[in-house]
Write a protein that binds this ligand. Sequence first.
Ligand code: UT7
Length: 335
Amino acid sequence: MYNSKIAGLGFYVPENVVTNDDLSKLMDTNDEWIQERTGIKERRHVVKGEDTTTSMGVKAAQKAIERAGIDKNDIDFIVFATLSPDYYFPGPGVLVQRDLGLKTVGALDIRNQCSGFVYGISVADQYIKSGMYKNVLVIGSELHSHGLDMTTRGRGVSVIFGDGAGAAVMTREEDPKKGVLSTHLHSEGEHAEELSLIAPGMGKRWVTDIIGDADPEDTSYFPYMNGQFVFKNAVVRFSEVIMEGLHTNNLTPTDIDILIPHQANLRISQFIQKKFGLSDDQVFNNIMKYGNTTAASIPIALTEAWEAGKVKEGDLVVLAAFGSGFTWGSAIIRW
Ligand code: UT7
């Protein structure tokens, strides 16, 4: 039995910067409200036609593969997490296999929204631990901007989300004390509709219903979020799942060298930081620059932290996420 480790990281964000002031020209919002409630100053939006969820994922993956120092033909499996796929089906995993020109390796799509990357790490970890695969490419990518309600009606959601992608190449770690020590995954479907996009869906509103009705009041194909309810659940679940991971490994919050929380809201990260008594150096945030990029937020943040020299050999790195589903999870990694 092996451990798994992250051997290479990469991220890609579109060039187009959208500031809070830019959004205030489209809807009734303002820089002060957005910064005070979320910490976000700007985010990236894909200019239509220039990128897709898959193309951003591919660019992040190319960087991760290069940094892992492996040949792309050594990738044994693809895991792709997103809530904003290019197509309703097939999912983006197979598009990555095609666009990267990989062998006919397996490709798995993960539908766990903000927790998607942590779920992806967990899946890859199990395959590597069992010996089935040696190198697994895990991607989180989102193109939110084309699907948001950019009017005052949608402001509670649309100011938060941004576009981008991050990727990790996971590989075998021979040292049992290093790499991914454990992962912890949870779900609570009771709250599925509290943060959701319910159409198009086979169950209630299919795409032909939406077109047929052509109802300007129909918001079923825009994301919905019960912000305060999600916030309250997020702070509880983040705390629980971080502690669960630490306990499993006989560790305490003081052992954390760097916590990379899903970038949902700066206030959530600050709450967790305070609760665990962590210093600014122990928690990495970049939501100010990119907004909430859902499945991409952890790999983008982890890559930036690594590039800045904040993730070093021997460090205890904790990844934690919470989001739509509700789903949440953590990964405890000895770098
Ligand atoms: O990543 C997945 C997990 N997601 C999260 O964890 C997000 C969790 N939730 C949040 O981050 C926060 O709830 C939000 C940032 C989404 C909202 O902040 P809030 O402090 O909970 O605000 P609120 O929804 O209670 O709205 C307060 C007021 C309302 O006006 P009234 O009813 O008090 O007059 C909203 O209509 O702010 C208004 N509002 C806005 N005003 C200016 C909502 N959105 C905006 C906006 N600009 N963009």
